[in-house]
Design a protein around this ligand. Structure first.
Ligand code: ADP
Length: 484
């Protein structure tokens, strides 16, 4: 079994209104380890009625939670934050077992997940309103911020802890209650977070975790009029569907959707730094992040040297079970993910691209795929338009800055973009020209709880993290105080 010191973190039941429960029907879903194929445990396949019960419980509990002061809520959140750090090692083992990322990355994600709790505990104290100069002598114009009420969250498997705290922490800090449906591949991290929330003193009903069929639970979360907000991280296709499902009850929405990040390397870049940034951006989590570089656009003058250095660095990555020491790349999440990567590589090769590293299923078998670099990739190939979500770096060539910008923006997505350059004029021009919510300049990793994370175009709506992230869980109320 898993090498954890606090077995209570590993749950096979859902957490609804402060109670650990099975599905009404007794039905379960298996949770497996993608590195070994071994079954870890099962989780309940909850019903629409159980989802409704969680929403009803949240509605009741939120009335008292919103009455607490922000400092009182912060105190609970700070305790929860401390418990995540106290159990960081166990939480990392649970995450690696169900998700596959190397332990070092899992430990990092727990620290990142905890950071959102700490950040929003503090931001909750700063949800200031306004006093606006009144146009009338006998009244005052006041704006106050109030919690939106009961919220729902649907989260993906690639960051099984951080995508949850990034939503739950601001919701709780703002005085909301939240019902979470985690991804079916990674429910164990979500349930472990609920164990610690309960221990921290989060009241029953304020944070419930429901596992099961996404369509059944999603239908209830999106149609129930008591839910006033939905925050979703996942694919653009599912985001669109959920937005449609929320339309009849006009819920507030935050959508963090797909990306197609360009990573531009200009002739004046520090090539070694660009290679290091490229490896961090592309191969972290085996390429399975929504901000992973998807297209490398490299200027003609340094194309060959960048390709050679990248292929060499990628050849040094160590593939294997993330629970073992020294592994830098784990398996992909499932067979469908490997099939997609294989199909994208085959399409590029058929169109004339050249494999200069990897390009095959790893000999370890299962869902392991060798870290891959492709050169001679053209904008007509599928990798130019589709999110790869795997360890494949396709290298496109360009001549001018204008051409790079045009290629970079030639996508329906607008989440993250990266570029390496030293010329200060170019740095400003390109930063401003990129149609993206986030831009990494001479940096391949941009995620932090202090900065606003989110996209434009088909990459979604709203921002998470930063001082802006709590606004997603607040409504403004204008009070005209007359009769003075
Ligand atoms: P990915 O392709 O990365 O798995 P998805 O968008 O399919 O991304 O999944 C992200 C989250 O959305 C997961 O929690 C998944 O269970 C959920 N999900 C998928 N389809 C639906 C649906 N029809 N209704 C509600 N949630 C869904």
């Amino acid at each position: 079994m898993l090498p954890i010191t606090y077995p209570a973190l590993l749950r096979s039941q859902c957490y609804i209104n402060g109670e650990w429960v099975d599905a009404d029907s007794g039905a379960v879903l298996a949770v497996t380890n993608p590195a070994t194929g071994a079954r870890l445990t099962t989780v309940p396949q909850c019903s629409a009625a159980q989802t409704r019960a969680a929403i009803d419980g949240a509605t009741l509990a939120q009335r008292a939670w919103r009455q607490r002061t922000a400092a009182q809520r912060a105190s609970v959140l700070h305790t929860w934050h401390g418990l995540l750090l106290q159990h960081q090692e166990d939480l990392a083992h649970i995450m690696t077992a169900e998700q596959g990322k190397p332990l070092a990355e899992a430990r990092g994600e727990i620290a990142y997940a905890a950071a959102f709790i700490q950040w929003f505990a503090e931001e909750g104290k700063r949800t200031y309103g306004d006093v606006i100069p009144s146009p009338f002598p006998n009244s005052r114009v006041i704006v106050v911020k109030e919690p939106v009420g009961v919220c729902a969250a649907i989260t993906p498997w690639n960051f099984p802890a951080a995508m949850i705290t990034r939503k739950v922490a601001p919701a709780l800090a703002a005085g909301c209650a939240i019902v979470l449906k985690p991804a079916e591949d990674t429910p164990l991290s979500a349930l472990a977070l609920a164990v610690l929330a309960e221990e921290a003193g989060v009241p029953a009903g304020i944070f419930s975790v429901i596992t099961g069929d996404p369509r059944v639970i999603g239908a209830e979360l999106t149609s129930n009029p008591k839910v006033r907000k939905l925050s979703f991280t996942g694919s653009t296709a599912v985001g669109r569907l959920l937005m449609q499902q929320c339309a009849p009850t006009l819920k507030k929405l935050s959508l963090e959707l797909g990306g197609n990040a360009p990573f531009i390397v200009f002739d004046d870049a520090d090539v070694d730094a660009a290679v290091a940034g490229a490896v961090a951006s592309k191969y972290r989590n085996a390429g399975q992040t929504c901000v992973c570089a998807n297209r490398f656009l490299v200027q003609a003058g340094i194309y060959d040297s960048f390709a050679a250095k990248l292929a060499q660095a990628v050849g040094e990555l160590t593939v294997g079970n993330g629970a073992e020491a020294g592994i830098t790349q784990g398996p992909l999440i499932n067979e469908a993910a490997v099939c997609k990567v294989e199909a994208l590589v085959a399409d590029a090769v058929q169109g004339g691209a050249k494999i200069v590293g990897g390009g095959y299923r790893h000999p370890l078998g299962g869902t392991f795929y060798a870290p891959t670099v492709l050169t001679g990739v053209l904008p007509t190939m599928r990798v130019a338009h589709e999110e790869i979500f795997g360890p494949v770096a396709p290298l496109f060539k360009f001549d001018t800055e204008a051409e790079a910008i045009q290629m970079a923006n030639d996508t329906e997505y607008g989440l993250a973009a990266y570029f390496y350059a030293r010329d200060i004029g170019r740095v400003w021009r390109v930063s401003e020209a990129l149609e993206y919510g986030m831009v990494g300049v001479n940096s391949g990793v941009i995620s932090t709880e202090v900065a606003p994370f989110g996209g434009v175009k088909n990459s979604g709506l709203g921002r998470e993290g930063s001082k802006y992230g709590i606004d997603e869980y607040l409504e403004m109320k204008y009070i005209n105080m007359g009769g003075l």
